[in-house]
Write a protein that binds this ligand. Structure first.
Ligand SMILES: NC(=O)c1ccc[n+]([C@@H]2O[C@H](COP(=O)([O-])OP(=O)(O)OC[C@H]3O[C@@H](n4cnc5c(N)ncnc54)[C@H](OP(=O)(O)O)[C@@H]3O)[C@@H](O)[C@H]2O)c1
Length: 247
């Protein structure tokens, strides 16, 4: 998969899955924008590592839940890399609690980033994707959006919401030749999974037929495929990358 001449923005790519995705895209020739909210040093380290390998990358700070931040980021990305061909809405957070203990602030914090951020970024970069004609919108959902998960009513709602959003954008972008798809990873070894108690991780593992958590690398190649020319006839889909978990 060759991504020469593609410009990609990956939200939340200072750490975790986003970091892996942006590094993989750059290794295939894409110029990339490494978005982050607060991990400036980590984002700069990602940029340096990509540049050391001969790639092109810029760090792009914005809290995706803040539309003005995202608009400012668009200006910076355009100035340094030009219009974006591939937008990967990856930034996401969890605030886990049983629903009976989940107050409105816990609910809204997750909705604001995981869905509000997707609105803000897609809205702001929509014209770029449409005008690219081979544009790619890729939304990072989760198996939790398919199965639900104890203590994650807010998070599961946002991740299910991406299915309807993606399908609709696929229809609305189709006339321009651009596509919209969702990746729904299973449980991946990142800081987010580290927050899950050990005994809960052991229970989750029992439900994974491949008998291991995903590595970041298990996800990246599939995202790069969806970003590439090779996926041009695939749109409106949800790709489960979950070790065979049922849903
Ligand atoms: N890990 C899993 O098991 C798993 C499974 C399925 C799906 N996912 C999804 O995959 C995505 C990445 O997860 P992860 O495990 O890599 O998470 P992570 O390790 O916690 O990293 C989250 C990334 O998102 C950024 N971020 C958070 N809030 C942001 C905001 N408001 N604006 C901009 N950036 C923001 C963080 O940047 P800062 O550090 O600068 O805040 C960081 O780069 C999420 O959408 C998650 O729901 C994860």
């Amino acid at each position: 998969m060759n991504l020469d001449d593609q410009t990609c923005l990956v939200t939340g790519s200072s750490r975790g899955i986003g970091r892996g995705i942006v590094t993989d895209l750059a290794s295939r020739g894409a110029a990339v924008a490494v978005n982050y909210r607060s991990s400036a040093a980590e984002a700069e380290a990602v940029v340096e590592s990509i540049e050391a390998d001969g790639g092109t990358a810029v760090a792009a700070r914005a809290d995706v839940s803040d539309l003005e931040n995202v608009r400012a980021m668009r200006g910076e990305v355009h100035d340094s890399l030009g219009p974006v061909d591939v937008l990967i809405n990856n930034a996401g957070i969890t605030v886990d609690k049983k629903f009976e203990n989940m107050d409105r602030a816990d609910w809204e914090a997750v909705i604001d980033v995981n869905l509000g951020g997707v609105y803000n970024c897609t809205k702001t970069f929509f014209n770029d994707l449409r005008d690219a004609r081979h544009g790619r919108l890729i939304n990072i959902s989760s198996v939790v959006g398919q199965q639900g998960n104890y203590g994650q009513a807010n998070y599961a709602t946002t991740k299910s919401g991406l299915f309807g959003f993606t399908r609709t954008l696929a229809l609305e972008m189709a006339s321009s030749g651009s596509t919209a798809n969702c990746i729904a990873p299973g449980f991946v070894k990142t800081d987010m999974l580290e927050e899950v108690p050990e005994r809960v991780q052991e229970k989750i593992l029992q439900d994974i037929p491949l008998d291991r958590f995903a590595t970041v690398q298990d996800i990246c190649g599939i995202v790069s495929f969806v970003a590439s020319e090779e996926s041009s006839y695939m749109t409106g889909q949800v790709l489960g990358v979950n070790g065979g978990m049922e849903w």
